[in-house]
Design a protein around this ligand. Structure first.
Ligand code: DX5
Ligand code: ZN
Length: 228
């Protein structure tokens, strides 16, 4: 593949009675990161996993843990998630009134600092922290569940973030190796991945397309992996 991308299966659609086996299947099939969706029942209408699950995942995989915090007031829990083994910590702009401080704090914990925004939030909301972010996650569904409805405006939103990141790199005159990951989460399948990649994304989260693939996890990953 001339232009490889990162694939991050989201365990939200895994069979939790066999979580270790399903994570091992992702790793064996060539997943790059493991995406863990943390939800609090307030910011999003669902409750999922906390630091205990992150710590359990850490014990069964070498894959970097890409932790997506869909929780109000995430600041107070960042340290616990870092200690549990998170490698990437991504916070929502809608939940963080002090984003500069929050992203700097994530970095001080030794983690990749990610920022994300819901499909209804204008891209301009993250403009002033783009230079601090190691990862920008464009949500392409309203978060809360896997299997959500893909928001088609996401293609244009990814292109806009790509443009802004590229302009930022040029301004800093460090064109090589300094751009943030541009990740997309929600409704990623073979068709949307190809278009999102063409729009400039280079990392993709997928729950349904991996864990619910009729031919199994390995096939789900292979299909998403081979798209160029
Ligand atoms: C949505 C979560 C996603 C979700 C993606 O709230 O942040 O990571 O698991 O699920 P799919 O790939 O099924 O849209
Ligand atoms: Zn997610």
């Amino acid at each position: 593949m001339s232009n490889p991308h990162i694939l991050a299966p989201s365990i939200l659609s895994a069979d939790f009675t066999r979580l270790g086996e399903e994570i091992a299947a992702c790793e064996a099939a060539g997943a790059d990161w493991l995406h863990i969706d943390v939800m609090d029942g307030h910011f999003v209408p669902n409750i999922t996993m906390g630091p205990f699950i992150v710590e359990a995942c850490k014990r069964v995989t070498k894959l970097p843990l890409d932790v997506h915090l869909m929780i109000e007031k995430p600041e107070g829990l960042l340290e616990a998630f870092a200690k549990a083994g998170a490698n990437h910590l991504t916070v929502h702009v809608e939940t963080c009134p002090h984003l500069h401080r929050t992203l700097e704090f994530i970095k001080s914990l030794g983690c990749t600092a990610g920022v994300t925004l819901n499909p209804g939030t204008p891209i301009g909301a993250i403009k002033s922290v783009l230079h601090l972010a190691d990862l920008v996650l464009v949500m392409s569904v309203d978060p809360g569940f896997s299997g959500g409805k893909f928001v088609p405006e996401s293609f244009a939103r990814v292109a806009e973030v790509r443009k802004r990141l590229d302009a930022l790199v040029r301004k800093r005159l460090d064109a090589l190796g300094s751009s943030a990951w541009l990740e997309v989460d929600g409704g990623v399948n073979a068709e949307t991945l190809q278009k999102l990649k063409a729009a400039g994304a280079n990392a993709f989260v997928a729950a349904t397309a991996v864990f619910k693939h009729p031919q199994g996890i390995a096939t789900g990953i292979k299909i998403l992996r081979e798209i160029d």
